[in-house]
Design a protein around this ligand. Structure first.
Ligand code: GLP
Length: 269
């Protein structure tokens, strides 16, 4: 696993956006052979989306031949609800770049048959030959997508019940009212994420420090689903100094040393 340590949220956002843009450019995607990107929502990736929009506007990256799959979506929240992940993606990213609407894939939490919706999503990912780069964030309990503690580390896309902790954490987007937060969500599985050719997780702030320690230093465990990244041949976490608060000094110094030539975002593009 790679751990890229950056001073703050702004530099994480620049680093990840430059990394994504460089990957897309290098792949030289075409209509027949698009670049397939897995995408998250939440506050962690917002800065990265802003930076990617900036790079697109400067002509440094094109999304014409990029296909996206979002990680998760609430169940039974209308698609046009301001907190649906559909609205989030269009408001914060898709409507500002040259992506084709038909190339964006977001689970439909209002589908008549949710199990079928999840199976179709997996089949569509497979039809593209899998995901080239899956981006994600984590919850304070170390969940990736909505793979709450004790999710199977081989899980596939399915409906999951949200933990009380997650409902409380996400109530900040629902007028701080836990009763307004959906109780279940559709989410890709840990296995779906691990199938991607590459996985990059953004972790920022003190609130994620314990989860980062479990992901990086502790044994792999279904309690902290982010720790499954330890099994991925190309797994990477990009974090800020605050999120490192619970890492051992030795771990922190090791990654700063081994990645010293790659820490400057400008070195990527
Ligand atoms: C939700 C999402 C996760 C996300 C997490 C953290 O639970 N399902 O994909 O990583 O929130 O959100 P934030 O980035 O706002 O801390």
């Amino acid at each position: 696993m790679r751990l890229i340590i950056q001073p703050d949220y702004q530099s994480i956002s620049e680093w990840v956006a430059n990394y994504v843009a460089a990957k897309v450019k290098k792949a030289n995607p075409t209509e027949e052979n698009p670049f397939v990107l897995g995408l998250p929502t939440g506050s962690s990736p917002l800065g990265m989306y802003r930076q990617l929009i900036r790079l697109y506007k400067k002509g440094l990256v094109s999304f014409e031949h990029v296909v996206t799959f979002n990680m998760d979506e609430y169940v039974a929240l209308p698609r046009n609800h301001e907190q649906s992940y559909y609205t989030f993606m269009w408001h914060n990213f898709f409507s500002h770049i040259n992506i084709k609407a038909g190339n964006t894939n977001i689970l439909n939490g209002n589908a008549p048959d949710l199990q079928q919706e999840c199976a179709d999503f997996e089949a569509k990912i497979a039809s593209y030959g899998g995901i080239d780069l899956f981006l994600g964030g984590i919850g304070p309990d170390g969940h990736i997508a909505f793979n709450e503690p004790c999710s199977s580390l081989t899980s596939r896309t399915r409906e999951k019940t949200l933990t009380t902790d997650t409902i409380i954490a996400n109530s900040r987007f629902f007028d701080n009212d836990v009763n307004k937060v959906p109780k279940t969500a559709l989410t890709v599985g840990v296995g779906t994420i691990l199938d991607a050719k590459e996985v990059l997780i953004i972790v920022n702030g003190h609130g994620k420090a314990r989860a980062l320690r479990h992901g990086v230093e502790e044994p792999m465990s279904h309690i902290w689903t982010v720790s499954a990244l330890q099994m991925h041949p190309k797994g990477m976490i990009v974090c800020d100094y605050d999120a490192c608060a619970e890492l051992k000094v030795g771990t922190y110094k090791y990654f700063l040393d081994i990645e010293k030539d790659y820490l400057n975002p400008d070195s990527l593009l």
